[in-house]
Design a protein around this ligand. Sequence first.
Ligand SMILES: Cc1ncc(COP(=O)(O)O)c(C=O)c1O
Length: 324
Amino acid sequence: MIIKSLTETIGNTPLLHLGESSTGANTYLKLEMFNPTGSMKDRMAYNMIETLQSDMSGFDGPPKIVESSSGNTASALSMLCAARGWEFTAIMDGHASKDKVRAVRALGGKVEFVGDGTGSLSTADRDALAREIAESSEDTFWTAQHDNPANGAGYAGLCDELVCDLGDDIYAFVAAIGTGGSLCGTAEALKEINPSTIVIGVEPEGSVIFGGPAHEYHQSGTGTPQGADVGLVINYDVIDEGRKVSDRDAFTTCHFLARKFGLLVGGSTGGAVFEAMRIADTAPAQANIVTLACDNGSKYLDTIFSNEWLSRKGLCLGDVSKVS
Ligand SMILES: Cc1ncc(COP(=O)(O)O)c(C=O)c1O
């Protein structure tokens, strides 16, 4: 397949059948790590940049882009800005995955860190710095992923792909929630086709999207820590249920997927798969449950796949030969 732009490889990701539950329900995992920078965020970053570009009439470019990110949105924006010759600055946590930071820099992006690097999430500080940079320069645009409608709208194609592969009878859609773009954007489109699809958002224990108590968590990219605003992209009207998953269950599921399927995923995916399989255990026969692999686990080899890191964080995995 000859392509003219890497953006042609965004989307059309494969759907892995994870198995059939004891009740006869089927769980499927959409492998979003097959997008060019290894995460689902390529979809929304592309839509945010295209939307921004079409709204920029009268601006004598090239623009500079700034965004606050745990790393996946930053990698996606770095790829898109590199291809346009635009400058990109990522605002990242001091403890962000080293591989995500390296990817942004390799793609020509600049990185500014906030936080002390000890592990506490600095989402509010990141957003404040991104806003400050954008407001101090007329040619700099903050894509503001938490509040940008182009984030959620970037996932319309994901819904089309699911319906193409499974038909419109999707019993439940289960996904991690951070900005809410992937969960709510896909869910809004799915519910238009079949309003009875059950939509379940999964956040880490300690995140505040579905209420407290708040505490530290280590599932990267997902959830909202205390002190950060829950963004406008989250549409609670399309979410039927919010669930919380512990780091231990999320990471044990990552190791389970690695051993059982040879598949490396990140912690947010581990959490979503953990909950999807619990739902499958009580779902009717032939029900289709779909969840998303947000990103590639090779971004976490020095964290959730490192025994040394797990023990430093006091995290003890469960039985990695099974889930729940
Ligand atoms: C690894 C990972 N999982 C989950 C999420 C949450 O996705 P969303 O922002 O679409 O809610 C993100 C967002 O950055 C992420 O990077």
